[in-house]
Design a protein around this ligand. Structure first.
Ligand SMILES: C[S@@+](CC[C@H](N)C(=O)[O-])C[C@H]1O[C@@H](n2cnc3c(N)ncnc32)[C@H](O)[C@@H]1O
Length: 283
């Protein structure tokens, strides 16, 4: 990726950070099954020293902090300053003392070799500038036989939480054709793609697991619309380009399309993620 493209990606996350902070409680609840699946796959336990790559507004670092306990530690990392501030402020509010915060990219982890037990990333690997290099870095800093585990989204069609609004906007607003290797939520949706990257980065015993779950929260369509159009960089851009006449039409079309996922004040979308892990060689 060219430096100007890297800056654009980082700037988009920086702009997104206040919204991820605003919707922290809902995000924690909606993506809790991904956190649990990732923590199980990485076999995180008491006393472990864990690295979180691309921790955003704080997950899974904040959850892992409680699991590793006072004898363990978490190093939270993210390249977007606003995300680091948001996560650090939340750790402070919760009085967590076993998390360190570092603003850095997966590309260049500022930690010595073999100093951590394991590395994880929840929904972040698809945005790495150079995924092979990022995963090689993760493997460099974990001990021999340590694991690196990443949760990524499955196909967009299996994730109506995203596709429902994306499809409606695509009908009204022209979208540029995407390079399948560009940083994007669905970059690693194809089975085997991230596993291949782990292999290229030198990981062994690579395991890919499909996680089917529900994205659930007490939320109306109105709240969902606001959350998605604020949190998503691409929807923010498309919203900004709409004419005043287009907006109510798009919103009503989206409400009709999303209707079946909202009932009695509750939102429930079927969802699919992949959890891909690999180990550093034991010697
Ligand atoms: C979808 S958010 C996920 C955040 C958090 N882990 C969660 O699940 O809520 C993706 C995160 O990846 C981070 N990111 C973007 N480029 C990155 C890179 N090169 N290295 C590490 N993280 C990166 C973004 O700043 C953002 O916080």
């Amino acid at each position: 990726m060219k430096p100007e493209e890297q800056n654009k990606v980082l700037q988009a996350w920086q702009t997104s950070a206040p919204y991820w902070d605003k919707y922290r409680a809902l995000i924690t609840q909606m993506y809790a099954p991904v956190t649990t699946g990732l923590i199980e796959e990485a076999q995180i336990g008491v006393g472990h020293n864990a690295l979180d790559i691309g921790g955003g507004s704080g997950e899974p670092s904040l959850t892992i902090s409680g699991i590793v306990g006072p004898t363990g530690s978490v190093i939270y990392t993210d390249p977007a300053a606003g995300m680091v501030e948001s996560a650090q402020a939340e750790a402070g509010r919760r009085g967590l003392t076993n998390i360190q915060f570092r603003q850095c990219s997966a590309n260049d982890l500022p930690f010595p070799d073999k100093t951590l037990d394991l590395a994880v990333g929840r929904l972040s690997a698809m945005f790495f500038v150079d995924p092979v290099r990022g995963i090689r870095e993760a493997l460099r800093v974990v001990r021999n036989d340590g694991a690196a585990s990443f949760a990524v989204w499955g196909p967009e069609e299996a994730n109506p939480f995203f596709s429902t609004l994306n499809d409606v906007f695509d009908r009204f607003v022209e979208s540029p054709t995407q390079d399948p290797d560009a940083p994007d939520a669905f970059r690693f949706a194809a089975p085997g793609k991230l596993a291949g990257i782990l292999k290229n980065a030198g990981a062994e015993i690579i395991i890919e697991r499909q996680l089917d779950f529900q994205i659930e929260a007490a939320m109306s369509f109105e709240q969902f619309w606001r959350l998605r159009t604020e949190m998503s960089e691409s929807l923010r851009a498309k919203m900004a380009g709409l004419t005043p006449a287009q907006l109510p039409i798009i919103k009503q079309t989206a409400a009709d399309a999303a209707q079946r996922y909202f009932m009695s004040g509750k939102m429930s979308f079927p969802a699919e993620a992949l959890i891909v892990s690999g180990r550093k060689s034991a010697v």
